[in-house]
Every structure is written in C-alpha cells, then in structure tokens.
Design a protein around this ligand. Structure first.
Ligand SMILES: Cc1cc2nc3c(=O)[nH]c(=O)nc-3n(C[C@H](O)[C@H](O)[C@H](O)COP(=O)(O)O)c2cc1C
Length: 325
C-alpha cells in the first residue's frame, strides 16, 4: 500500500497513530513506527524536559520516523513545544487545533518546524481549516470527523473527507475518526483518502502503556456507552459512560453555561491521569475514547492493526465484488 503519504513521511503503510495526551507515550509511538506506521508522541501538554526524555526513549525503540504533537493554540505551551523541537529535531510534527486555524500563526509555526527538517502533519476539523493548512504549507492533512476519540470535532468524518478531497489536491488527505475494520479502510480509499489515522484502536493495542482497566473498559463498551461531555466548555470530549461522565452530564443539564463550564473543569481536573495512569475507570477517572469502541473487542498488536488492516483492505479493493456491489 505504499503511496504518496508513505513517500512524504518515509513510512511503509499510510497509517498514523493519533496523538493522545499522556497515552501515546514512547512505548506505543516506537511500536507503531517500528510496525511501519507513523507513531505520534502525545506531548501537546508536556514540559520540555519530559518531551526530551520521551524522544530519547522512542529512539531507543526505533530508528524509523515518528512525530511529536504540537497543540496550535497561542500560549506558553506552544513555545515550549516549538523550542524543544528546534533543539531536538524530529522527523515530523503533528499539529492540531480546537479553534479555527489562523493562517498567520499556522504558516509561521509550519515554517519554523520545516526549518528543523520536520514534515508537517496538520489535523483539521472542518473544510476551512483544511484550506488554511494547505495554503500554510502542510505536507499531509488529517480530516478528523465528529466520531473520533479525544476532543470532539464538529463535522461528520464522511462529509469532511469528501469536502477536503474535492477541494484539495496538492496535499494528500488522511481519514480519521471511528476507523477499525478493513472494509472501512477500503471504503475510505475509494472515497479519496490516501491514508488513515486511528487513536482509540491504538490505545487498546498490546504495546500501549495505558492502564489495562482503560483497555478493558473500551473492549466492553458498546457505541451508545460513548457520551459527549463538556459541551459548555466549548471543548467537549467523548468519554465512556461511568460515574464521572454521568456527573458531568448532570452538571450541564442543571446549570447555566458559564457556571457549568467552571464546575466541569473542577470535577474533571486530573481525571485523565486517574484513568490512564491509576486505572480508576468507574468513579473519578475519565476514559477518553471514540464511538469506535463498539467495534473493538480484542487487544491487537500495532503490527496487526497496521499491516493487518492495510493488507486486508488491499485484498478487498482488488476484488470489488467482496465489497457488495
Ligand atoms: C485518549 C485520547 C487522547 C487524545 N488526545 C489527543 C491530543 O492530545 N491531541 C490530539 O490532537 N488529539 C488527541 N486525541 C485524538 C486522536 O489523536 C485521534 O485524532 C482520534 O482518536 C481519532 O479517532 P478514533 O479514536 O476514532 O480513532 C486523543 C484521543 C484519545 C482517544
């Protein structure tokens, strides 16, 4: 399945492991890259020295290309990420934003990162951001749909992929959000994607260092167990239903927006670490995962997720009658 995305990023399969704060740590990033995909360090909120230590750990696992996440939002953390990656250049950077992408900021940061020799992977949530990312000089663009894990995007993955493919040709587009089966991957390639990103699936992989209770929670969840929390903060995220999620939903239902946002921040402070580090997934921990949970029922290795899916999807594409036409 080697294509334009593989050539640009120097990888074997056009598969990106989505950045996951404090979850896509060195063991997962190294395993994904070693298996031929692009591992991405979830360092959007990490202090510089921790990022440096993680990069060293990744390099002890693999010599293949990997990326580091930069959260493209004005503030001190953006400078921490950029200056760290200027001091320790890496093969690729993976930039996401929750707000509309600002052209001036995007082109300035992309240029800074290009000067280090890094390829720029831009993850976008809407057509306008895709067009800005292309104009600002992104090397590849990931179209993240509403069903994807972590912070909730706004537009359907199917619609956004089609919009970007129809409007952007100079930069390859990767699909993201809700992806787990070979049939899906085959369909996405037919729809114009030149690669795909998975987050939740990699979180459940054998090599991901997140707490086993988090993986068990994903494996046992059905689609309807994944609920949207934090709409009033303007940065909602998908979480698996538990006591914390119920509490957040209850706060939103019973308080005016501004007050709810404040109470939500207090109730969820440190909740991601409580789940992913301590394994507390029933009461105070937040289990961030996408709607794709309903499809994931077993733990696979990164190699199975990457080479397995691509090989199977390729076979489906070579025998179109198996798709059901
Ligand atoms: C636990 C978790 C944490 C995440 N953290 C981040 C993050 O820090 N930065 C980011 O750009 N995306 C983050 N995401 C989103 C992923 O990078 C990816 O876009 C998404 O998971 C893809 O959708 P899927 O989960 O349906 O495969 C996170 C996702 C999960 C599940």
């Amino acid at each position: 399945m080697e294509n334009r995305v593989c050539k640009i990023l120097g990888i074997e399969y056009p598969v990106v492991q989505g950045a996951m704060a404090w979850t896509s740590m060195a063991p997962l990033v190294g395993a994904v890259s070693e298996a031929g995909g692009l591992g991405v360090l979830g360092c959007g909120f990490m202090p510089g020295p921790v990022i440096a230590g993680q990069i060293e750990a990744i390099r002890s696992i693999t010599e293949k290309p990997f990326a580091c996440n930069i959260f493209l939002d004005p503030g001190p953390q953006l400078e921490i990420n950029c200056s760290t990656l200027e001091k320790i250049p890496v093969p690729a950077v993976y930039l996401d934003t929750l707000n509309l992408l600002d052209y001036e900021m995007a082109s300035r940061i992309y240029e800074r990162m290009h000067k280090t020799g890094a390829k720029v992977v831009a993850k976008v949530n809407c057509l306008q951001d895709g067009l800005v990312a292309e104009k600002a000089g992104a090397d590849v663009i990931i179209a993240k749909g509403v069903e994807g894990g972590g912070h909730k995007a706004r537009i359907s993955g199917r619609v956004l992929l089609a919009e970007l493919v129809e409007n952007i040709s100079s930069v390859p587009i990767l699909a993201s959000g809700g992806i787990y089966t070979a049939r899906q991957v085959a369909g996405l390639f037919v729809a114009g994607a030149e690669g795909f990103e998975m987050g939740t699936a990699f979180m459940t992989s054998a090599e991901c260092p997140t707490h086993p209770n988090v993986k068990a929670k994903v494996l046992s969840a059905i689609d309807d167990d994944v609920v949207s929390c934090g709409e009033s903060t303007g940065e909602p995220s998908w979480q698996i239903r538990n006591a914390l999620a119920e509490k957040l939903i209850e706060i939103e239902a019973n308080h005016p927006r501004a007050e709810a946002a404040k109470l939500l921040m207090e109730a969820s402070a440190g909740s991601l670490a409580k789940a992913s580090r301590d394994g507390e997934v029933e009461n105070e921990g937040a289990v961030l995962a996408g709607q794709v949970c309903g499809l994931i029922h077993e733990i696979k290795t990164c190699r199975e997720l990457i080479a397995g899916l691509c090989t199977e999807a390729e076979a489906i594409l070579q025998k179109p009658h198996t798709i059901g036409f």
